[in-house]
Design a protein around this ligand. Structure first.
Ligand code: SF4
Length: 118
């Protein structure tokens, strides 16, 4: 039987509990969490980690800040950032607009969080 122990810091709130995730052939368990959110975070982080993507894009001489409206698989983050760096924004944009639907087939949309024009 193989057994793997992974130490993590929970990032779901500022407390930052130290988690110990133990994986063996039959199950994965999480210890050190102070609440259920930490348990779920630890489990997901070692099985299918996800991240919210945030970035800044050029727009009409200024910038916009954007984010995914839900987490995407962690291994898609670099690909997503590369994709976003290549898009051209021509339409009028305001905060809250979705500028890309279902980015890279992840079911996540790219949403504008602020527009900063000089
Ligand atoms: S386990 Fe709960 S209390 Fe601890 S950092 Fe995570 S969310 Fe916060």
């Amino acid at each position: 039987m193989s057994k793997e122990i992974i130490e993590l810091t929970c990032i779901m709130c500022p407390v930052g509990c130290s988690l110990t995730v133990t994986k063996d052939d039959n199950q994965t368990t999480v210890a050190g969490n102070s609440c259920p959110r930490g348990y779920e975070y630890g489990l997901k982080e070692v099985t299918s980690p996800e991240r919210i993507v945030t970035s800044v894009l050029k727009y009409r001489g200024g910038t916009i800040t954007i984010k995914t409206d839900r987490p995407i698989p962690k291994n898609m983050v670099d690909k997503c950032l590369k994709f976003l760096s290549k898009i051209t924004l021509t339409n009028k944009i305001k905060t809250g607009d979705v500028i890309v639907k279902n980015v890279l087939g992840t079911s996540s949309n790219i949403v504008v969080t602020s527009v900063n024009l000089d």
